[in-house]
Ligand binder design. Structure first.
Ligand SMILES: [Zn+2]
Length: 138
């Protein structure tokens, strides 16, 4: 049940990404927490806290990618679209972004700012969906 490599990965849900494989992990090695954009919100803080405190992970890897759908809208545009669809705006933001590396850094800061997550070992990456290159965000 415990990830063998003690790593939790937060990654975008984009179908072109196989986050564990890209990072060189096998089945059973890591937790993979996915969402639109690969951003860290309260939902990911919850999963990361459970991953660390109940299931023993110690390192966090964040993975976002080029050509992400979340680069192509704004929170306001998405809220308007929801309002047209549902007659009301959502209580949550879409968490769109226009700067990939800055978005990775913002997620890092969210983790570092959470009292519930050990943030000593957090690394962020951008995956290039065209070249297959993985670049660390420092
Ligand atoms: Zn994406």
């Amino acid at each position: 049940m415990r990830p063998a490599k003690r790593v939790a990965v937060v990654a975008c849900m984009d179908a072109r990404l196989a986050p564990a494989r890209i990072l060189g992990f096998e089945q059973g090695d890591v937790h993979v927490i996915r969402n639109a954009g690969g951003v860290v919100t309260d939902a990911e803080v919850r999963s990361l806290a459970i991953s660390q405190h109940l299931l023993g992970t110690e390192e966090i890897m964040l993975m976002q990618h080029t050509d992400c759908g979340m680069l192509k809208i704004t929170d306001e545009e998405f809220a308007q679209r929801m309002e047209e669809f549902a007659g009301q705006r959502p209580e949550w933001d879409a968490h769109a972004f226009d700067d990939l590396e800055e978005s990775v850094r913002a997620s890092k800061r969210t983790i570092e700012g959470s009292p519930f997550i050990a943030s000593g070992r957090v690394r962020g990456f951008v995956y290039d969906v065209d070249s297959g290159e993985l670049r660390e965000v420092t």
